[in-house]
Design a protein around this ligand. Structure first.
Ligand SMILES: Cc1cc2nc3c(=O)[nH]c(=O)nc-3n(C[C@H](O)[C@H](O)[C@H](O)COP(=O)(O)OP(=O)(O)OC[C@H]3O[C@@H](n4cnc5c(N)ncnc54)[C@H](O)[C@@H]3O)c2cc1C
Length: 383
């Protein structure tokens, strides 16, 4: 067994860490307070090749597989999760690469790495989150076009995206409910599109989140992802699984950032005549945090490595996402505790991580949904 990252992966990890430390640190609090997508930092990230690294070289990417995205996401989230979500500028491109027609791959995949597009993946609706079978946005064929009507909720990059992939129902009466849905590529400058920014999020405030409305929005038939209707459910499951890995990387990254802040604080802070780090009770807290991070990272890297080597394991992906999400929340909580009252002040940055961490337990399949997936894989679908 070889647990080492490749030379390219190590270089990418170092570059991502240096970029995040250099570009995010001083402005993180400001972007969080303004709830603003960091356009300038996203542009630099594109120039330096951090966006869409999984996209194959023939389609304008670096062809470095999903592990590369995991490593970048982890390092970005280690410094600041809100800004770190610029990695999601290629959100949905994994579905186009896997299921799109050759024409779609050639047309759309080069855009995100080149900084010519920001993407979003619109699945969730006001009444369809965990239960995506409840999606009611319709796409109805009309000649050589589809007409899309409906609303989407909580869509990352919603107001800054130039392109979306939109999950719609195309055959509402289909007997097999897994064949009722299709994904469409939608340019957001089409008439009938409206995005409303959701302000007042608890965390990841520099990451844009929006409510979307599609009102008689027309796309050409060739915007349907793939060759035929009804493949959307299979495509969304694949997309979720890849993005669950990225979410797990977020959990590991934020936990790593929080433990480093805690170690920095307890090494300097003197209480009862000694540094906090000299007390065994505090040392045990650090040991517990570090152990959980190690377990979460190992599961994540194994799941990522398996996908890049053609051995996709949905149970392990769900486990990695579940455990990394819980680890992020746990470690940020403990790290804030170790900061005492200073942790409660914005300027120490740990409070922001504490707020940011929770999202990993909610999106890309909430904690309970990951447990349902794991249990189904173990016990079988019918049990
Ligand atoms: C900041 C942010 C960004 C997001 N970005 C995107 C995006 O880019 N694209 C997108 O499509 N969506 C996005 N989402 C939506 C996100 O994926 C959903 O919020 C999530 O899937 C949960 O759906 P819900 O909010 O409708 O909760 P619900 O489905 O109403 O669930 C509520 C709670 O009940 C639990 N629950 C549900 N069913 C069961 C059950 N059978 N047994 C036990 N417990 C259950 C859930 O785990 C959850 O904890 C985003 C959300 C947020 C907050």
């Amino acid at each position: 067994m070889d647990f080492d990252l490749s030379g390219i992966e190590k270089d990418l990890q170092t570059a991502a860490r240096e970029f995040a430390e250099g570009e995010f640190t001083d402005v993180a609090q400001e972007y969080d307070a303004k709830e603003e997508f960091p356009m300038d930092i996203w542009r630099k990230a594109c120039e330096l090749g951090f966006i869409g690294t999984f996209i194959k070289e023939e389609y304008g990417g670096a062809g470095l597989g999903f592990m590369s995205m995991i490593l970048i996401m982890e390092q970005f989230w280690r410094v600041d999760p809100g800004i770190g979500n610029i990695v999601l500028a290629a959100f949905g491109n994994e579905a186009i690469q896997q299921f799109g027609t050759e024409d779609q791959r050639k047309t759309y995949l080069p855009l995100a790495p080149a900084g010519k597009a920001i993407w979003g993946c619109a699945v969730t609706e006001p009444n369809a989150g965990s239960d995506i079978f409840n999606v009611s946005t319709t796409a109805v064929k009309d000649g050589n076009e589809y007409v899309i009507n409906g609303n989407k909720m909580f869509i990352t990059n919603g107001t800054v995206a130039s392109h979306l992939i939109v999950f719609c129902i195309t055959n509402p009466n289909g007997k097999d409910r897994t064949k009722r849905y299709s994904f469409f590529i939608v340019e957001t400058d089409r008439p009938g599109f409206e995005a409303t920014k959701l302000r007042g999020k608890m965390g990841i405030r520099a990451s844009d989140t929006a409510e979307l409305s599609f009102s008689n929005l027309r796309v050409p038939s060739k915007s349907l992802i793939g060759e035929v209707e009804g493949e959307g459910f299979k495509q969304v499951m694949y997309t979720f699984n890849i993005n669950r890995l990225f979410a797990a990387a977020q959990g590991v990254g934020i936990a790593q950032g929080a433990i480093e802040k805690a170690i920095g604080h307890i090494s300097k802070r003197e209480v009862f005549g000694n540094t906090l780090s000299s007390y065994q009770g505090v040392q045990f807290m650090i040991a517990e945090m570090a152990t959980r991070i190690e377990v979460a990272r190992n599961m994540l890297y194994k799941a990522g490595w398996l996908i890049d080597n053609g051995r996709f394991n949905p149970k392990l992906v769900a486990m990695a996402k579940l455990f990394a999400g819980e680890t992020g929340v746990y470690v940020c909580n403990e790290a804030l505790q170790l900061h005492g009252g200073y942790g409660y002040l914005e300027e120490y940055g740990i409070g922001r991580l504490y707020r940011d961490a929770k999202i990993v337990e909610i999106y890309e399949g909430a904690r309970e949904i990951e447990k349902i997936t794991i249990a189904r894989e173990i016990l079988g679908r019918e049990k």
